[in-house]
Design a protein around this ligand. Sequence first.
Ligand code: FE
Length: 306
Amino acid sequence: MAVLRLGYAHLRVTDIEAAKRHYIYTMGLYPVLDTGDKVYLKAWDEWDHHSVVLEQGGVGVAKVGFKVAKPEDIDDIENKSRTFGVTTQRMSKGENPDVSDGLRITLPSTHIVEVYYEQTMLGSMVGDLNPEVFPRELSGVGVPRIDHALLGCNEVNTTERYFVDVFGFYQVERLVPDLDHKDTTLACWLAYGNRGHDVALIGGDGWDGKLHHLAFQLEGWSETLRAGQIFAMDGVPIDMGPTQHGITRGKTIYFWDPSGNRNEVFADGYIAHRDRPTTIWTADQLGRGINYVSRTLNETFTTIVT
Ligand code: FE
């Protein structure tokens, strides 16, 4: 079984026109399909049809999709989900435009996760024959791809165990209350391949089904600062940064989309391997973990999800 990546996230937005301005003009995503109440977007260095879908009405995350390597992986996840005791439902090709059939799962945290093995391939915006290094008409930040999602949970351990037992993720970093309670996960960063995390989970009262943030990848510190400059030009409200996380070591800015969903631009971090030990953070050090430079935790990190 092989999970390739976080393939898509459907975000609920209160004002789809304002959201389009943010995700297309400021973030630099490309619209590929607009059905009126749903807008399908892709980033310039992604090949598949879409990675971000804006859905009119509400806030938060409607669902996320993980792409797997082959159809048999769907059967494997279905069987393992049944053993785990999680509800699944087969999804048909075309239920999501340009996405294959697959499986729809309700996580213990109540998030809807879809698993699929194919999307219509549109190709990146520079093509795959003697390509330029980026498209010169990029708008705003010009993010190359989505990176990861941090999802809220009332209680993290069960959903963490689901990602490990069923999806085959490994635990890269974990936040625990203190060294006497190392089995209690307050938050965790989970990967399948060599990236520091493909998905992360964080606990909070009433946080089941909630979105903490959706992150977009950037190349480095200079690009992170440049993203901040674009946010200044476009009046994008900032939550935190630019700074560096201690956890994952990513360079980061947290900011808000026009509906109040938290976004992140995330650069660098390290290469992870499956045989690594899990890094442990204790809750008293969370300030350094999230905001390594100032070592102070912004209050919104543990209080605002959508
Ligand atoms: Fe993040």
